[in-house]
Write a new protein. Structure first.
Length: 431
């Protein structure tokens, strides 16, 4: 993962960061790096996520999925960090295995996702650290019933990833299901490079060692200076731009296969940094699709955004056929890859010409090694940004509040948070 922050400099953009400001900020980065390294060395909660490249055992994961290694389809039941990391990996990489991620409880959508699957050849991957996540358990009960109604033994098709105790652990023990442990000290949104994110990759036949090697290579770049570390350069620049008014960060990959990555980044950035009235709001977009709509806002709207581009240097390609239509005949001399590259460079230049900050993240190609580096690099960038903001990057009290309210509304216990629902202020406009 390489990072180019040139278009975020004050000499190019407003808001922007001057070289002098970056030099001063680098002193804070050095101090933050010491804190991060101390947290890693002491295996502190959250910081332990940055040790995953050395701690995750790919052989253990492959042994767990071996009973369903020939699956034609995979249903992953999880939500948030229990699904987005896995979805990012499998959606970015080619596989013959069909993947479905049940990370919502919309009943019509769930039914449609399950309807056409070849259940006899489908594996189930259930992920929840606590084993009490309402959405995950509800969807799993639905999936289990669908299998039973079809006469398929779900116990022969299910893998569980959960904590040391809880309902899912009890279920796994009762039915002797293959199971893996959610790593200690690693919040869900930082767990893509553990069994949480890599079971799905293993079922789909992806190279787990390459994912971890790419992450390890990125870990080796962590240092006390943003000028020597791509991850820290990104985290520090994003923080500095936010402080200067760019409170929104539009993540725009120029590769269709990285669309889910934008969703993963949005959770990572929002849930980790959104505390104490601080944090940068992540936006999700896809190049070139959204440059024909959202670019208007990014280039000519309020100066409150930074645009982050992610682009691979190498891609597959397809020649554009010749045409006799004179006005578009020039396309016949090009390829889709060349058109995609031109669209990206034109969009990037368009923002710079308008003085709008943007950052380029480059990958060599989209494969396991580069993807592992990207995931690790953005996690490290987030951890650094949290240190600079002075927030607890690894907690999520606002999310927990809503979880308690939901359980209370469904009769899952007495939670005062549920009382707030009845206190809603209404001003209805009805037809």
């Amino acid at each position: 993962m390489d990072v180019d922050i040139g278009n975020a400099l004050a000499s190019v953009a407003s808001p922007g960061v001057s070289r002098d400001s970056l030099e001063r900020l680098d002193e804070q980065v050095a101090e933050a790096h010491e804190r991060i390294e101390s947290g890693r060395a002491n295996e502190e909660h959250g910081y332990e996520a940055l040790n995953l490249p050395d701690r995750t055992d790919p052989d253990e994961i492959r042994r767990a999925v071996e009973p369903v290694s020939d699956a034609e389809a995979l249903i992953t039941v999880g939500i948030g960090g229990s699904a987005l990391g896995a979805a990012t990996i499998t959606n970015a990489l080619d596989s013959d295995t069909e993947t479905v991620y049940l990370d919502n409880v919309d009943p019509a959508w769930v039914a449609a996702e399950l309807e056409e699957l070849p259940l006899e050849e489908t594996a189930i991957n259930v992920v929840s650290r606590s084993g009490t996540t309402a959405e995950t358990l509800a969807n799993f009960l639905v999936v289990r019933e669908v299998f039973e109604d079809a006469g398929v033994d779900w116990t022969e098709r299910t893998i569980v990833t959960t904590g040391e105790s809880g309902p899912l652990r009890d279920l796994s023990d009762r039915h002797d299901l293959p199971s893996l442990k959610v790593p200690d000290g690693v919040p869900g949104r930082f767990s893509a490079l553990s069994a949480v994110g890599m079971v799905a990759a293993a079922v789909c036949g992806h190279d787990l060692e390459a994912l971890l090697s790419g992450a390890a290579a990125e870990a080796d770049t962590l240092s006390g200076s943003l000028f020597d570390c791509p991850a820290y350069a990104y985290g520090a620049t994003s923080y500095a731009l936010d402080a200067r008014g760019a409170g929104m960060n539009a993540m725009v990959p120029y590769a269709e296969s990285l669309e889910t990555y934008s969703e993963w980044f949005a959770q990572l950035w929002a849930e980790s940094l959104g505390k104490d009235d601080l944090g940068q709001t992540p936006l999700r977009a896809l190049g070139v699709t959204d440059q024909h709509s959202q670019l208007q806002l990014y280039r000519a709207g309020p100066r409150d955004k930074v645009v982050t581009f992610v682009t691979p240097r190498e891609t597959g390609d397809r020649t554009i056929p010749d045409t006799e239509v004179e006005d578009i005949a020039y396309l016949g001399d090009s390829t889709l890859g060349e058109l995609l590259s031109a669209e990206f460079e034109a969009t990037e230049a368009s923002l710079a010409a308008a003085g709008r900050p943007n950052v380029r993240i480059e990958l060599e190609r989209i494969d396991e090694y580069e993807l592992g580096g990207l995931l690790y690099g953005m996690e490290a960038a987030c951890v650094l940004a949290g240190e600079l903001y002075g927030v607890n990057t690894f907690e999520q009290p606002a999310v927990e509040w809503a979880k308690k309210a939901t359980r209370g509304l469904l009769g899952g216990g007495e939670f005062e948070e549920a009382d707030a629902v009845a206190d809603k202020t209404e001003l209805r406009v009805e037809r």
